[in-house]
Design a binder for this molecule. Structure first.
Ligand SMILES: Nc1ncnc2c1ncn2[C@@H]1O[C@H](COP(=O)(O)OP(=O)(O)OP(=O)(O)O)[C@@H](O)[C@H]1O
Ligand code: SF4
Ligand SMILES: [Mg+2]
Length: 331
């Protein structure tokens, strides 16, 4: 099997707030392989965006990484200057792309500026912007817009971001994310703000682009149905801890973590996936010790209430962070 492209180990992140420290990620571990789409799934507030931002190196100043490592290929992303990797080898598609564009410049100007610095043809440390590369980069921009099914690219490049629809802006964002030919694309709920038909088109596009270009995609969503449609593997998070990572088929048919099993069993109540699980999600300010799911877990033991829940691999490629992993019947 190919070595991991991305490896997150024991990542612990807290936010300093007026009310104390919010312990948002607690010893999170998971890994991604080259060319796969990984779904990072969990309900609102479980830490998906914080994890994505930690990988991208764009956590807010109030956030602190207390422990852990993030490795991309052989590079420690928490180490020295990784700016070049992060803009080029790792790309980001945010939930609402509007805020990522400048309102003052045309789409064409913004794509050209991106390529000036992040073009795959740019040599490290290259000064200036030679005419030959500029011409090639312009052709790459047109090709990228066609690839994300934006016809009439020349006309679109003359428009300002506010003149595009939400779906068009998201496609431009995907084109911009792919232009530097990244090895990893982090897409943070990239379709939530879009209507259902456009959502489906964008997901299909991401799938095709990952398959054709061999990029890995880390895709955050709170919707298991979307994860089922697009992802190769799923990592599910609960209250800042990763609960389980598995191939999609295994995740849905052979869950081994009580949270996953209960989540899947409650699925018919769409849009409120946790309805069927008694109790509340803990506050990040006062998380329970040990396994954060223990106050709601029917299998909780003393060990769950007191000691750190290590991630185990009971079957190949199937990671479960539970003191008592158990093969649950399919929901
Ligand atoms: N800048 C911040 N300061 C303090 N707490 C924060 C900050 N950003 C996020 N949090 C807290 O961290 C926790 C995780 O937030 P995060 O945005 O990572 O969750 P999420 O899984 O992406 O949720 P959603 O599905 O709603 O996008 C939440 O409790 C949130 O309130
Ligand atoms: S570690 Fe214990 S409390 Fe947590 S999910 Fe497993 S059995 Fe339940
Ligand atoms: Mg989020």
């Amino acid at each position: 099997m190919a070595p991991d492209l991305l490896s997150v180990r024991d990542l612990t992140v807290g936010f300093a707030t007026e009310n104390g420290i919010a312990r948002v990620l607690d010893h999170v571990s998971f890994a991604m392989r080259p060319g796969e789409i990984m779904g990072l799934v969990g309900e609102s507030g479980c830490g998906k965006t914080t994890l994505a931002r930690a990988i991208l190196g764009v956590l807010p100043e109030s956030a602190g990484i207390d422990s852990g490592s993030i490795t991309f290929g052989t590079t420690n992303l928490l180490g020295a200057d990784t700016q070049a990797i992060r803009g080029r080898d790792i790309a980001f598609i945010p939930q609402d792309p509007f805020g990522s564009f400048s309102p003052l410049f045309t789409v064409g100007d913004q794509m050209a500026e991106l390529m000036r610095w992040k073009s795959p043809e740019r040599a490290p440390g290259e000064r200036g912007y030679k005419r030959a590369r500029r011409r090639n980069d312009a052709a790459r921009i047109i090709a990228a817009l066609k690839a994300v099914q934006l016809p009439d690219a020349e006309r679109l490049l003359r428009k300002y971001p506010h003149e595009l629809s939400g779906g068009q802006r998201q496609r431009v964002m995907i084109a911009m994310a792919l232009l530097p030919e990244p090895r990893l694309v982090i897409a943070d709920e990239p379709t939530t703000a879009l209507d259902v038909t456009i959502q489906a088109q964008i997901l299909k596009l991401l799938r095709e682009l990952a398959t054709e270009r061999g990029a890995s995609v880390l895709f955050t969503t709170h919707d298991l149905g979307t994860a089922w449609e697009i992802c190769d593997r799923i990592t599910v998070m609960y209250a800042g801890q990763e609960a389980e990572t598995a191939e999609v088929a295994d995740f849905f048919s052979r869950p081994r973590h009580p949270y996953t099993a209960m989540l899947l069993a409650s699925l018919p109540t769409q849009g409120s996936a946790l309805k069927g699980i008694p109790g509340d999600v803990p506050s990040p300010f006062t998380p329970p010790p040990g396994c954060r799911f223990h106050p709601r877990c029917p299998r909780a033991s003393d060990a769950c209430r007191t000691s750190h829940n290590e991630t185990a691999e009971p079957a190949s490629g199937h990671h479960v962070r539970c003191h008592h992993p158990h093969l649950w019947p399919a929901a």
